[in-house]
Design a protein around this ligand. Structure first.
Ligand code: UDP
Length: 372
């Protein structure tokens, strides 16, 4: 039986791979293995590995890749080391990685150097930060590309990737939106939220803007307090500068208008997002899930500058006056984006390619393809 190994380092990649992992786990032809690491193992970030168990996954190998300083480059080296030891034991037939963080980069390096096929999900995207460099580097190491759309496919070809190795499967988290069964009252009860109306805040550090992050977060906090609305605040990811944002959030902790959480369970998060007045911050979900659910979004700062759809979304600098003005003008269920977000049966497509043997025909020896 072929062994398929997924790596997951955060709630963000987990929501994109879980439907694919379920297909593999439920099949009789493949064995699923999961290498769980990164933020999943950190109590400070919600210890989200518990979600994997709650969702019924087995064969989970837990690996702590950071120390208390959360240094990204050190965590990269540690993950390469830990993942390569695991892979040497397991000998998987395929490694599946998602996105643009150091964990998938580490796994792609290990796969490429050990002649193990690597499939990369959501390559060819552009966000406009250091994430782009990581994502493109992962794509250059991966042998198989599972992308969102034609735009992403074209960008990968521009990077010299072979068209035959690129498969459009759509964004796997979007297909989960329609299946979500958690009601608003359930979600509110689970997280003890008593607000009638509320907005969501998700703000991550832009690592190249480290010198101004504290100021950006302070401005954001000031505007949100002045807005007099209720907020569900979700902690940032562990990128360089996250402590500065958490320091600013200290001011929100005893304010009854703010409820802070390290992370919410995906299905509950989606329900709360769907029913929110708006979402503010710089999370990718402002341009994905929120758009699809028609929840209005306010993008703060530069983190999503290159992403599709950002030009049609309300965008402000991290300046408290601008933020406050945006909050006071945004309307619930605003139709902000005219382009249609197409939802594909991502996990089905992925599994069909896996089953047909299509992926395994590809070679670990890559050939750079010049653009014609
Ligand atoms: N997410 C979740 N629970 C949360 C926050 C986020 O399940 O409390 C999921 C959701 O699918 C979202 C994704 O994680 O789209 C990415 O969110 P995040 O802002 O953490 O990361 P980004 O993609 O902006 O790096």
């Amino acid at each position: 039986m072929k062994k398929i190994l997924f790596i997951t380092g955060t709630r963000a990649d987990y929501s994109k791979i879980k439907s694919l992992m379920h297909r593999v786990q439920n099949s009789s032809e493949f064995e699923l293995y999961i290498f769980a690491t990164g933020m999943h193992l950190s109590k400070n970030f919600g210890y989200t590995v518990k979600e994997l168990y709650k969702n019924g996954f087995k064969n989970i190998y837990e690996f702590i890749n950071y120390d208390k300083y959360y240094q990204t480059n050190k965590a990269l080296a540690t993950t390469i080391d830990g993942f390569s030891r695991y892979v040497n034991e397991l000998k998987p037939d395929l490694i599946v990685v998602h996105g643009d963080r150091i964990e998938p980069l580490a796994a792609a390096i290990v796969g490429a150097l050990n002649n193990i096929l690597v499939a990369h999900i959501e390559g060819g995207e552009i966000s406009g930060t250091i994430d782009d460099s990581l994502r493109h580097a992962i794509s250059k190491l991966a042998h198989i590309h599972l992308v969102n759309d034609e735009f992403a496919k074209r960008r990968l070809m521009q990077l010299g990737e072979d068209e035959k190795s690129i498969f459009i499967i759509g964004s796997p988290d979007l297909e989960l939106l329609n299946d979500n069964k958690i009601s608003l009252s359930e979600a509110k009860k689970y997280y003890d939220i008593n607000y009638e109306n509320y907005a969501l805040l998700m703000f991550h550090p832009v690592t190249t803007e480290i010198t101004s992050i504290k100021n950006q977060a302070d401005n954001l906090v000031k505007a949100l307090i002045q807005s007099n609305k209720n907020y569900i605040v979700i902690y940032p990811n562990n990128d360089l500068g996250f402590e500065l944002i958490l320091q600013s959030y200290e001011e929100l902790k005893n304010n009854p208008r703010f409820k802070l959480f390290p992370s919410l369970r995906f299905e509950y998060f989606i329900t709360l997002l769907k029913n929110a007045d708006f979402i503010i911050g710089n999370s990718s979900c402002i341009l994905k899930e929120a758009l699809y659910l028609k929840t209005a979004g306010i993008l703060v700062g530069s983190r999503q500058n290159g992403r599709l759809g950002n030009e049609n979304t309300l965008k402000v600098n991290a300046n408290s006056d601008e933020i406050l003005k945006a909050i006071n003008t945004i309307h619930k269920k605003q139709d902000l984006f005219s382009a249609k977000l197409e939802i594909l049966d991502s996990s089905k497509l992925f599994f069909e390619y896996l089953q047909s043997g299509e992926f395994f025909k590809l070679s670990t020896q890559k050939v750079f393809k010049d653009i014609k």
